[in-house]
Each structure stands twice: as C-alpha cells, then as structure tokens.
Design a protein around this ligand. Structure first.
Ligand SMILES: Cc1cc2nc3c(=O)[nH]c(=O)nc-3n(C[C@H](O)[C@H](O)[C@H](O)COP(=O)(O)O)c2cc1C
Length: 233
C-alpha cells in the first residue's frame, strides 16, 4: 500500500533522479556526511551578533542567505512557521517586515515568544534563535517602506495578508486601485511594518562527521549577561 507521500510524489513526477535515489521509498538511505570544519569556543566571536555577521558573510554566495524560517505560536501555544527575509540585524535583534494583520503578527500580539532558523544547508550550518518579538516604531516602518520598490509598496497596500480571498483578480483589482490613488509617492500603510526578534538564545550549529556536530549557544541570563554553552549534538 503506497503511503500518501509516495502516491502524491508519483502524481507530481516522483523522484528527481532517474535512478530513483531520491524516491520517497528510499528516504531512509538519503543521508549525507556533514563537515563544516573546525568550530570551537576559541573560534567564536565575542558576541552573538559579531558571530552572526561572520557566518552571514560566509553565506553570501547562497541563494537568499537572508531567508529565515519564523516560528510563532498562538495564545494556546499552537505553532506555525513561514519563511521571511531578514532586513536588519544588530545587537538589539533580527528585523523582518510584514503585514500586521497577518497570522504571524496576530500570533505574536497574543504570544510574543518566537523562534528563527537560518537553514544554510550548503554550508553545513544553521543558526537557531529563540526570543521575543516587538514591533518597530512608525518612523522606522515609514523609513524602510520608502526604500522599497513601488511595486512592493503597492503590493503591501493590496494584500490583507493571510485572509481568505475569492481569486487572484481581487488582488490585481486592489493593486490597480491603489496605483491610481497614489500616482506619486506611496505612504506606508499603518497595517504594515517591522517585527524585531529580540534573542534570548542564539545557537550556531556546524555539521561534523559521524553526526558529532558542534553546537555553540549564546544565552542571555536574567541579569543581561551573555554566556556561551556547548550543546550535545
Ligand atoms: C523566500 C521567501 C521570503 C519571504 N519573505 C517574506 C517577508 O519578508 N515578509 C512576509 O511577510 N512574508 C514573506 N514571505 C511569505 C511568507 O512565507 C508567508 O507566506 C506570509 O508572510 C504569510 O504568513 P502568515 O500567514 O503565517 O502570517 C516570504 C516567502 C518566501 C518563500
């Protein structure tokens, strides 16, 4: 009896390799050795944000190195995830921009705890962040919105992100109406802006042979001091 996954893979063309090496039935055999190279405490930058900057530099050749998975949870703790783009980072935290009526924004309004994951697989590295979320100020939002291309500005006005819509025409009709309303500069919508994930932990994960990976985690103590811990892989 084929699993749901197998039958849907067949419908969509199945495995990507002719030999079937990646067919869902062979998932158990689909594995790779990792080796991101030596990564010890002595190799760490003094702060998480300096270490992040170093690894982000190394990720510069990847497609969308600033793509990250944001996990949020609703007031009852039910989780959800999606990809977003990192638009700024400094010692204060990781900044992304989104629609404040979206599911993610509604969830962080009810439950400020969130997590980020940078999946830099080609480098055998990942960065995992846990923290809380705050909104950027209206002035910060307006400054960033003004730097976006006009098409993205109109798109932000046209989408009630995460709401159910009847069809694509609804979006394009709204976009055309918004474009006619502002033939010149487009103001920032008050339902759109930045979220900053203020980290409590930032873990730098480097894949190593035999699944004995290196995991070095910066953790902020209640008094604000950051410590570094090594975690078992
Ligand atoms: C590579 C990539 C980058 C994305 N960047 C953003 C982003 O920066 N902000 C955003 O709101 N959505 C972004 N999205 C869309 C989100 O993944 C998601 O569909 C949307 O934000 C609605 O999520 P929600 O309903 O969980 O709130 C991106 C998607 C992809 C695949």
């Amino acid at each position: 009896m084929p699993s749901e996954f197998e039958s849907s893979a067949r419908r969509t063309g199945g495995s990507r390799s002719p030999a079937g090496e990646r067919a869902p039935g062979r998932l158990g055999a689909l594995r790779r050795e990792y080796d991101a190279g030596r990564f010890d405490r002595g190799d760490l930058a003094p702060t998480w944000d300096e270490q992040f900057a170093r690894w982000f530099e190394d990720a510069g050749g990847l497609a969308e190195p600033n793509a990250m998975v944001l996990a949020t949870a609703d007031g009852d703790g039910r989780p959800s995830t999606r990809t977003v783009l990192l638009k700024a980072v400094d010692a204060a935290g990781f900044v992304l921009f989104t629609n404040y009526t979206s599911r993610k924004a509604r969830e962080v309004a009810a439950n400020p705890h969130a997590s980020l994951l940078f999946p830099w697989y080609p480098l055998d590295r990942q960065v995992c962040v846990v923290g809380t979320v705050e909104r950027l100020t209206a002035a910060e939002n307006a400054a960033y919105f003004a730097s976006r291309p006009r098409g993205s500005q109109l798109g932000a006005w046209s989408s009630h992100q995460s709401s159910v819509i009847a069809g694509r025409e609804e979006l394009t009709a709204r976009r055309d109406a918004v474009a006619a309303r502002w033939p010149g500069p487009v103001p920032a919508p008050d339902f759109w802006g930045g979220l900053r994930v203020i980290p409590r932990t930032v873990e730098f994960w480097a894949g190593r042979p035999d699944r004995l990976h290196d995991r070095l985690r910066f953790r902020r103590l209640p008094d604000g001091v950051w410590i570094v811990e090594r975690l078992a892989p």
